[in-house]
Design a protein around this ligand. Sequence first.
Ligand code: DCP
Ligand code: MG
Length: 356
Amino acid sequence: MKKIIHIDMDCFYAAVEIKRNPSLAGKPLGIGGSPESRSVLCTANYEARKFGVKAAISSAMAVRLCPHLILIPPNFEAYKAESRKVREILERFTLKIEPLSLDEAYLDVTECKQFGGSATLMAQEIRRLIQMELNLTASAGIAPNKFLAKIASDWKKPNGQFVIPPDQIADFVEKLPVDKIFGVGQVTAKKMHQLGLKTCADIQKQSLSQLRLWFGSRAEELFQFARGIDERDVQTHWERKSLTVEQTFDRDLKTLDECLQQVPEIYLDWLRRVEKGAYQDRIKNIVVKLKFYDFKGTTHEEAIAGFPQEDDFKRLLEKAWLRRREPVRLVGLGAHLKESIIRRVKPSKQQLQFAI
Ligand code: DCP
Ligand code: MG
């Protein structure tokens, strides 16, 4: 049984800005461009969140929700510098660290001897050091795998931690809403709700073959996650997660046909790069990205059985294009990739007995 800690900094960009300028403390703060621009917020502190201000809403909307909101444009260099300092603290515990972004990382502390091997106490100490040395706060999730640790770090946010011990996994996942499952976005969550799948317990009741019919190549993962099973290792090395080829055109493509005509050439380019990287067996979902004349973009993504052909991308492109039916300035074709080492779940004792 592994011991995984997921660390997630609290309102990270905003917290760094408050550290740089302590007079902002206690005031609602958003990180993003001016409300007159088309900018969207990177994040907001918890004071601003009380007003409904949050990441990904427009700055214009944010000041409507919270008229006395202070807006600061992002300073990525400052966030990177703080992120490096957090990493340095994490490395005092283990080198088995997988960063997910500037403010998030998994740690595999299974082999760590500190605190008598208690991951809970290690997480507490990591958070104490981050607060003391960096004047920032972090939340932590502690669990036997990455899937559960990430959910747990959100449970007691901000500045808290939550443990899911092995003997509580079953109870925890049973009540877990499906939209908390890693990789289940709004679209899949909606589909699940329509199918009557509200919690992981509802997914557990479905057979793997039924899930395959509904969710294609993602079925196995859903089957496992819904039971709190996740065999993914903490990956200390960087691995490509997607491969996309984009082309911007000198003049906008006015019709769907014009867009479709571009697919073969971009597809060939994409194919060459897939072959060069030997990613053929790792393709999970394929994606078509369109950017319209006004720079606004849309993407359409689908799981695919077998290796994607030109026609698969054409089909997705059409779906994406129909959303706007406007001139297109950029077409991108790509794929999300699976982890390269596919680990099988060990059969349970019960299954083994059955097999014997
Ligand atoms: N971020 C962004 N755009 C988004 C979401 C996040 O630029 N749509 C950036 C800003 C965040 C940082 O990534 O500060 C970390 O993302 P989190 O989702 O962890 O959000 P926060 O750390 O800001 O808040 P929380 O306390 O909920 O973790
Ligand atoms: Mg965070």
